[in-house]
Design a protein around this ligand. Structure first.
Ligand code: DAH
Length: 329
């Protein structure tokens, strides 16, 4: 029996069978334990000799199991190490770093350009009073732009989401006296339908110059230079179309001649209306000025050939790659 049991222990393939064997031999009702229980029926002399023999056997088996266990545990560990190993020589996955959004880039480029010409940058709140967004800009209460189809009204208040960056003209000119040149880039909101060229939120860029002796030719020169720089074409052709804005007089819409021979509207502009200057406590007989306003999305779409305004806000970084704004990896 002893030889057979020791062989079984040696032949155990894994820790489970080894432990089963241990229970079968040394457990409470194990074979060796049963032998020990037979001792009681023997005569004292015989019991002593037999008892020593069985205990020696028990120790031998316990030792054999212990040794086998160490071997099987080592084998199991080797197997796990072999299966679960990590290849640390594999190259890591590429990590991409964020890059500037086209709207932010255009805004930064444009403000940098104008800052070289002495323009400061001012900002205003998105939730604006009707007084600053409309009245002070000479937009009367009955003007269609003030209707709720076009303007987001803030419920429980007289305020609105600003529909244009022009209220920053008033905010700035009430606090900073001319001579002054400034830009006001930022978000504006209109309850427009969502399609390839309209979103309820977009970005505008307002520009204002108020100095003594400013006239329309300064406005023309400034915009010709700006568009030539922005579209990287020194021969950029501009057209000023007579138009109407309540806060400028005269007013014009400015078009540029695009590659396909088409005129494309870029924004509005004009000479500061005397009423607006007076609303800001500026004497129109002393100071004159011009203002312009344009859509930053529109400029950016034309410059980079982007055809759907909604893609600016989709948050799909693959789109940035398409237009060369992509994240670097
Ligand atoms: N605020 C006008 C708009 O949203 C754009 C504009 C036109 C701004 C003429 C100006 C300007 O400063 O002089 O349609």
């Amino acid at each position: 029996m002893q030889e057979q049991w020791l062989q079984q222990i040696q032949a155990s393939q894994n820790l489970t069978t080894l432990d089963d064997l241990r229970v079968n031999l040394l457990g409470k009702s194990g074979l060796v334990t049963q032998q020990l229980k037979t001792l009681g029926a023997l005569a004292p002399e015989e019991r002593k000799a037999k008892g020593a023999e069985i205990n020696a056997l028990k120790d031998q088996i316990a030792l054999a199991i212990e040794e086998k266990k160490i071997i099987l545990e080592a084998q199991a560990l080797d197997l796990r190490l072999a299966n679960e190993k990590i290849d640390i020589t594999l190259p890591s996955r590429p990590e991409s770093t964020g890059k500037i959004h086209p709207i932010s880039k255009a805004t930064q480029d444009i403000t940098q350009y104008f800052s070289q010409l002495g323009f400061q940058v001012f900002d205003g709140p998105h939730v604006e009073t009707q007084e600053l967004n409309f009245d002070a800009l000479n937009i009367p209460a009955h003007h269609p732009a003030r209707q709720s189809q076009d303007t987001f009204y803030v419920s429980g208040s007289n305020d609105i989401l600003r529909t244009q960056t022009s209220p920053v003209q008033i905010r700035t000119l009430r606090n900073h006296k001319p001579p002054i040149r400034f830009l006001a880039p930022g978000r504006v909101f209109r309850s427009d339908d969502l399609d390839a060229t309209h979103t309820p939120m977009f970005h505008q860029l307002e520009g204002v110059v108020i100095e003594e002796g400013i006239n329309f030719s300064h406005l023309k020169g400034a915009l010709i230079d700006f568009f030539s720089w922005f579209f990287e074409n020194p021969n950029t052709n501009l057209r000023f179309r007579p138009s109407f804005f309540p806060f400028t007089e005269p007013s014009a819409e400015v078009d540029i001649l695009w590659k396909n021979g088409k005129w494309l509207e870029m924004g509005g502009c004009g000479m500061m209306h005397p009423k607006v200057l007076r609303n800001c406590d500026i004497d129109p007989d002393q100071f004159q000025g011009f203002a312009f306003g344009m859509g930053i999305e529109r400029l950016t779409m034309l410059k980079y050939g982007i055809d759907d305004i909604r893609s600016f806000y989709d948050g799909d970084t693959r789109w940035l790659d398409l237009y060369g704004f992509g994240a670097q990896s």
